[in-house]
Design a protein around this ligand. Structure first.
Ligand SMILES: Cc1cc2nc3c(=O)[nH]c(=O)nc-3n(C[C@H](O)[C@H](O)[C@H](O)COP(=O)(O)OP(=O)(O)OC[C@H]3O[C@@H](n4cnc5c(N)ncnc54)[C@H](O)[C@@H]3O)c2cc1C
Length: 480
């Protein structure tokens, strides 16, 4: 063991939450180290966490490739564009994704260098007294002591006891981002964000995709009308989503290219079976806290294994903080970004803060789904009086010109104050549009503010303008 090295801030994990915390701390003049255990596909250290290696960015790369392929068969004809024998080269598509991943993980290493964050590549365990022992990939161990330690260990896929990941036939997101060919039949357990996005990728490329979801409602966290509209579009695309389907067994049979997964599940009609060539298990993620904490740290985990923190991401142990997927709140990269920055600023004596009420949610399917703030159901349940206005993309010139008329925007405002309480969108490009809702809510704006703000014509954002006007039944381009 080498001599102990001391830092103002030691960050465990260089995912979105950890690298934001580390860079911001260094910007504020704090001597900062950041430890990460991950290796890339090439076996070399790769910073950036789940998001850059096997999450947000690679999934969006494949979503984009598969969208281009799908559009050739489903949209190009309407534009008068024809072609013969479109083919997908899966190796080239995955290679493009890998190149993007490498560019971005390498980018974090460069940002660390530019900001003078000292990286350590290996597994860190927190001990009493803010000491982090790091087992480096070369087998050596280093000991770091931080005046502050920020735990940003992130999350791992939840494995089902009867469907263990084998990296080939039964996979999580990591495997499903790296299939070497389009599976003929893909089964997905879980109709959440990851199941829908990765299911869409392989469906668009030609797989028969069946998604089995145990819950009776589709996208229960989303606005009910948004979920209904999205389900309708997914059905049109041929995504077979079975609700109330509880899987109890997944048996791999056969060998080599002939391997199949035989699934047993029960739904309202009783016991059912399904045979697929690949199975993606996407039933959620859990905090990556295994072996992270020595027994004597005083840092507590809750019943779900999340690191317990207060509203400022403080663990209650002097100088120990935790951020991102390994603490309560939505498992979203941008939630981790904000917590990482807030904690670095709090450590530096600044007023760091995260507004949980304005965190946007996005599902990057086609159509995209996005929202911020409360749903009508939540407002009804809590007894808040509200008014809602919606507007369809089918009446938006730009959306129709693009051949993308599906979906709508809904603006929800307080019935008395008119303050915007939520915005719910489904349609083309809504991952960008939702930020009008975020901004309005962050600045405590009203539906009338949105309605009086000039929106360029013709743009998709006009749907927000008209939806805001519809809140007071004065939308121009539809009957109110
Ligand atoms: C397929 C998929 C798609 C997604 N798409 C989106 C999306 O579009 N938008 C979005 O907002 N979110 C998305 N997410 C979620 C997003 O990736 C996570 O919310 C985000 O990465 C969490 O950031 P984090 O920094 O908390 O943890 P992570 O990104 O998980 O990073 C934690 C890092 O810490 C390292 N680590 C853990 N323990 C230790 C230790 N003891 N010592 C050293 N290193 C350690 C890990 O190796 C890892 O690199 C997606 C996730 C998946 C799986």
């Amino acid at each position: 063991m080498s001599e102990q090295q001391t830092f103002d801030v030691v960050v465990i994990g260089a995912g979105p939450a950890g690298y934001h915390a580390a860079i911001r701390a260094a910007q504020l003049g704090l001597k900062t180290a950041c430890i990460d255990a991950a290796l890339g596909k090439d076996g070399k250290p790769a910073l950036g966490g789940t998001c850059l290696r096997v999450g947000c960015i690679p999934s969006k790369a494949l979503l984009d490739s598969s969208r281009q392929f799908w559009n050739m068969g489903h949209l190009f004809g309407d534009h008068g564009i024809s072609f013969k024998d479109a083919k997908i080269d899966v190796e080239a598509m995955v290679g493009r994704k890998d190149k993007i991943v490498k560019q971005f993980t390498g980018g974090i290493a460069m940002l660390f260098k530019a900001n003078k964050v000292t990286p350590f590549h290996g597994f860190g365990t927190l001990h009493k007294g803010n000491v982090v022992k790091v087992k480096q990939h070369d087998g050596s161990e280093v000991e770091l002591k931080g005046t502050n330690v920020i735990i940003a260990a992130g999350s791992d896929s939840i494995e089902l006891p009867f469907a263990k990941f084998d990296g080939d036939t039964i996979v999580d997101n990591v495997g499903a981002l790296d299939f070497t060919e389009v599976p003929k039949r893909l089964g997905v357990i879980g109709a959440g964000v990851i199941g829908l996005e990765l299911g869409s990728v392989w469906k668009r490329l030609g797989a028969e995709v069946t998604i089995l979801e145990a819950l009776p409602d589709f996208l229960a966290a989303a606005d009910a009308e948004v979920a209904k509209a999205a389900a309708r579009e997914f059905k049109k695309q041929g995504l077979d989503i079975q609700l109330g389907a509880k899987v109890s067994k997944a048996e791999v049979k056969g060998k080599g290219k002939k391997k199949e997964v035989h699934l047993t599940y029960t739904d309202a009609k009783g016991e059912q079976s399904l045979v697929v060539d690949k199975l993606l298990v996407a039933v959620g993620r859990r905090a990556a806290t295994k072996n992270l904490l020595a027994d004597d740290t005083g840092v507590k985990l809750d019943a779900r294994g999340l690191v317990e923190v207060d509203e400022h991401c403080h663990t209650g142990v002097d100088g120990v903080w935790a951020v991102g997927d390994c603490v309560r709140g939505p498992m979203l990269a941008h939630k981790g970004f904000e917590e990482g920055i807030a904690v670095a600023e709090l450590i530096a004596g600044l007023p760091g803060h995260v507004n949980f009420d304005t965190i946007p949610w996005v599902i990057y399917t086609e159509p995209e789904i996005a929202w911020v703030g409360k749903t009508e159901k939540q407002l009804k349940d809590e007894g808040t009086p509200y008014k809602a206005g919606s507007f369809p993309f089918a009446a938006i010139g730009r959306a129709v010109a693009m051949g993308e008329p599906a979906g709508f925007v809904k603006v929800i405002a307080h019935a008395e104050t008119d303050r915007v309480l939520g915005m719910h969108l489904v349609g083309v490009g809504v991952s960008e549009l939702v930020h009008e809702g975020v901004l309005t809510m962050e600045f405590k704006g009203s539906a009338d503010d949105l309605a009086r703000i000039c929106h360029a014509h013709p743009t998709l954002s006009e749907a927000i303008h008209d939806a805001a006007m519809a809140v007071d039944k004065r939308a121009i381009h539809k009957a109110n």
